[in-house]
Structures are given as C-alpha cells and as structure tokens.
Design a protein around this ligand. Sequence first.
Ligand code: PLP
Length: 469
Amino acid sequence: MNVNNKLTFDSLDPADWTGFRAQAHALLDAAVDQMQTGHDGPVWRPLPDATKDNLNVPLPAVGAPITEVVSALENLLPYGVGNTHPRFFGWVHGSGGAASLLAEIAAAAMNANLGGRDHGAIYVEKQVLGWVREMFGFPAGASGLVVSGTSMATIVALKVARDARLSARKAGVGAHRLVGYASDQAHNCVSRAFDMLGLGSDALRAVPVNAAFEMDIAALQEMIAADVAAGKEPFLLVGTAGSVNVGAFDDLVALADIAAAKGLWLHIDGAFGAAGVLSETLQPRLKGLDRADSVAFDFHKWLHVNYDAGFVLLRDEALHRAAFEGAPDYLEGAARGLAAGRPWPVDYGPELSRGFRALKIWAQITALGTEALGAAISRNCAQAQLLAAMVDAEPSLKRLAPVASSVVVFADKRGDAVTEEIVLRLQESGQAVPSLTTVNGRKAVRVNITNHRTTDEDLRVLMAVCVTP
Ligand SMILES: *Cc1c(COP(=O)(O)O)cnc(C)c1O
C-alpha cells in the first residue's frame, strides 16, 4: 500500500511547523523582554497612528505569512494600559506576573473548554476553588466559579441570593418587593446586577457612610425598618471590603450580625480588598468575611494574575446549583467517560463555553505562594501610608480621606482645575498614572497602590510632579 503523508486537503495548521516554531520562540523572547524591562519606559504611551491604521483594514480574504503576524504582535507589546509599570496607580489594576505568561502558553496549547466534562483542566479549577475556601475560611461544601471579574461574580452571587428568595427562574421576577442594601461607596457593579437580574436598580438602597467612608450601621438599620414598614422585603446586604474610591472596609462583623438578625443574604464585594486575608496588615479588617453567604473578588487585582481572573464563592452549594442547573439532552452527564463528573461549572453559572483562566491562577499561587503575595499587599499598604504622610507634609495639597488600605486621595488647594491638570499632566507625560475622582464633591488625585513593582522612590517621583506649580 502506498501511503502518502500529504493530506489531500489543507488543515488550518501551519504548513511549515519549523518556521512556526522559530517565530513562536522569537515572540516568547519579546514577551519576556516586555515583562522584564517594559517598566523602563513611560507608564503610558498613545498608540502610534501607523499602528492604528494597521488596525483599521478590510476583512482579509487571504492569510498573511506568520512572520507578519508575529511582527504585528511584537509591535503591540509596549501599548498596554500601563498597569505592568511600577508607577501605574490608576483605578484598581493588578500589575500582572510572569507565571501567567507560562500558563497562557499551556492553556492555548490545550484549548480546553471548562464548561464541563471530565478532563485535566476541570481539576485545576477545583484546586483553585479548594484554595479559595481555605483562604477565606469557608466550609468544605462551599462552591465557586472562576469568572471574568467581580462584575460577573456579583451577577452570579446575586442571582443565587435572588432565587433563594423568589421563584423567578421560570416565572420571572414580576412585581416583586425585594430590596437590598449597600453603602453609597459600593461599586456600581452591584446596582448593575440588580438591573440585569430584573430587580431594578432602585431596589438597591444606598446607605450613607461615616467619616471613614464605612457603611453607617445605624442608618442601615433605620432604612431596613422603614422598608419593612412600607411593605418591602429586605433580602440582601452587600458589604464592601476595599471600596473603589478610597479603599475603605465596611465593618463586616457588624454587617454579619445584622444579616443574621434580619435574615438577609450577606454578600461581600472584596474585588481587591478580600485578598487582604493574606496580609498581616489587612487581615483584621476582614474579620466577618468568613460569615458571608457569597464573596466576589478578583485574582487580577491585588493577587496580580493577568487579566482576566475573578472568582465567586458561595457558602451553600445547593442554592448555588439550584440557581443555574438544568440539563438539556445534549449536555447529559454520565457515570463514566468524558461526560462524567457532574455537576460541572455550567451548573454554577451562565457560561457554557469557558476558557482556562484557572490555570494562570494556579500557576501564580503555585509559583509565588500566599506568603509572598500577602507581603506584597502589606508593602503596598505601608506605601499608601508613606504617600499620605508626604501629601500631609505638602502645603499645596490636602488629603481628602483616611487611608485604610491602598488608596490615597488628595486635592490641590487651588481648586478642581489644578487638581485635574495634575492628573492629566502625569498621565500624558508618562511619568505616573493616577486617576481622577471626586471625593465629597471635590476633584481628587486618586493614587491606588495595588502594584508589586512600586518602590518608595516611585512615590517620590509621583510627588515631585504633584507639587510642581
Ligand atoms: C474593580 C472593582 C469591581 C469590578 O471588578 P471587575 O473585575 O472590574 O469586574 C467591583 N468592586 C470593586 C470594589 C472593585 O474595585
């Protein structure tokens, strides 16, 4: 028999694997270079017009040589948002890490779909769930899911909370009476979840905060009583562990007590702050977290897994599954074979096709361990205190909030226009990237230090620009 290895058709694989391998090695070198030395340059630089033009071409009918593809990928490397740079302090971004690069290579080679079934990737996600339970002191039966970020984690958690109270899966929410509570500093992903779950964002009450930007507990109790008197049904209390604007932590123990007394579901938004359980500095602020019914948080913020990697943790696995499961014929499980191992991730969330985010989480924690990750958080907290002291020593600046964790907010005493100008000048010069926010009605330079590369010297560079007239 004369077997010809040449296929009679072309698959979509590279025709020349040797050439592909050489290009892949070159790209890997460029990517490692970017990670190792990318922070030598400016924090942020606008994408050049020529590159923008290259990203505005008609749909290609014919493929390009792999050398051209790799060259375009290499050219793009320096134009990230800037969050891998030690002087990136904008919004709340993690700064990423080398372990994610390795995991992403392996994940791409496997092309695993983590909606379900019985294969290696599923066990990695189960390992991550086990670690999350351990980090937060949740019981062995608690369930969870890797998701894109805290926004999605919040939707999943609040759907479980809603369905635990209301038979809405088939009938819809109808004219419901449910109301929930979060502080007026809560991230807007909570009100967006209310919207998307059909509860309406008006059903989320904004509880005022005290001078430390923590939920005012007395006000919360009054609001609950008023709602009950008006015939509403309080069902949910959302605590914030690390508020996005100023980094404040609600008193989670007080919230857990109230939730227990009033029969409310306690959800914690710990997008960046929940990772503080690994830090000696922040751990005391997270007391009570282990009493929550659900927690939403990100691995891509203060744990520096590359984007995107969030997580939702649910205390009650049965309620979690009841909010999402449903097995159509084509997704039937089995006792043996590839379709074994039900329940699957699809039974715990809205996505069927799911990528292998769990691998970069696994790689980061395995490579670094919780002690180093926690120490980096503690160092950032100390740096925020240092920066606050530097601001306080500056006659032209005024600090606008106490520093509870990683965030320092301050204004130029000459007013909003000058404050705004400081932020824009820093960003455009590429020297540092803080963001602009409003605190108690005043424009503020907002410096958030969730960055394992930041040195104390970087803070002095930042301050030098903030006080230049
Ligand atoms: C970043 C953040 C979110 C949103 O998380 P994503 O991962 O961006 O979806 C929610 N809450 C807080 C407190 C945050 O800092």
